[in-house]
Design a protein around this ligand. Structure first.
Ligand code: DC
Length: 225
């Protein structure tokens, strides 16, 4: 896809950070406050993992996974995510899908296959995109780049509450271990590792409410205008 699909004059707010840092909730709040589109890039990696499991593919079979990512029959309809027409929003949030997503996300072929699909979300009046490499790889010219984080304990607690609220059984110490393992894998992988780029503003939400975090990002964005 060329520049027409992702016009550089359409502003992007890139929000990157580790698992369960609250970036999804904050990014959606910012998008709602500004009337911008929203891209949950992690959902794309989760979709690849889910579709791979259903197709019986091994999670290290890079060529087949890349081909699957390229033609992923996924749709985003409001807050619902569909795979081949089936609503999979909750299935994407299970721990096994999270672990699978982290594995497929470490494959360069999968990341390349998803690149243009992510850039196609850049439409007027603007886009808020959350993930790990939004500011560094997918939208390097983003108007505002935020690295959003929180302590591992607070993140494990937030993920625990999210799962319990959805009726999904969870164990907080297992979640904390899984989070640390996933953080290490996301940060140490050779392709698009999770790092704070030097031009990203740091937002530590450990002691913050969602509303405070949203207001901070919106204020930072207004400063850029
Ligand atoms: O943000 P999330 O927890 O839904 O992401 C799921 C996995 O996908 C996680 O292991 C990191 C990976 N991911 C990535 O590598 N790059 C992105 N832009 C978004 C997510």
């Amino acid at each position: 896809m060329n520049g027409n699909a992702s016009p550089p004059d359409v502003p992007v707010i890139a929000i990157d950070g580790p698992s369960a840092s609250g970036k999804g909730t904050v990014a959606q709040g910012v998008a709602a406050a500004l009337g911008f589109h929203y891209l949950d890039s992690g959902a794309l990696y989760r979709l690849v993992a889910l579709a791979a499991g259903r197709a019986g593919l091994r999670l290290d079979d890079e060529p087949r996974l890349a081909a699957l990512a390229e033609r992923l029959p996924a749709e985003f309809c409001g807050s619902d995510i569909l795979l081949s027409g089936e609503v999979v929003t909750d299935a994407l949030r299970t721990e096994s899908c999270s672990a699978g997503a982290s594995r497929v996300a470490s494959l360069a072929g999968v990341r390349t296959a998803l690149l243009e699909r992510q850039r196609a979300f850049r439409r007027p009046p603007g886009l808020v995109a959350d993930g790990r490499d939004m500011g560094s790889v997918v939208f390097p010219d983003a108007r505002l780049k935020v690295f959003l984080t929180a302590s591992a304990e607070v993140r494990a607690e937030r993920r625990y509450k999210q799962l319990i609220d959805k009726g999904i059984p969870a164990n907080i110490s297992t979640l904390l271990l899984d989070l640390r393992e996933r953080d290490a894998r996301d940060a140490s992988r050779p392709v698009a590792p999770l790092v704070r780029s030097p031009d990203a503003r740091l937002l530590d939400t450990t002691g913050m409410t969602i509303a405070e975090a949203v207001a901070t990002v919106v204020a930072w964005f207004r400063e850029t205008a």
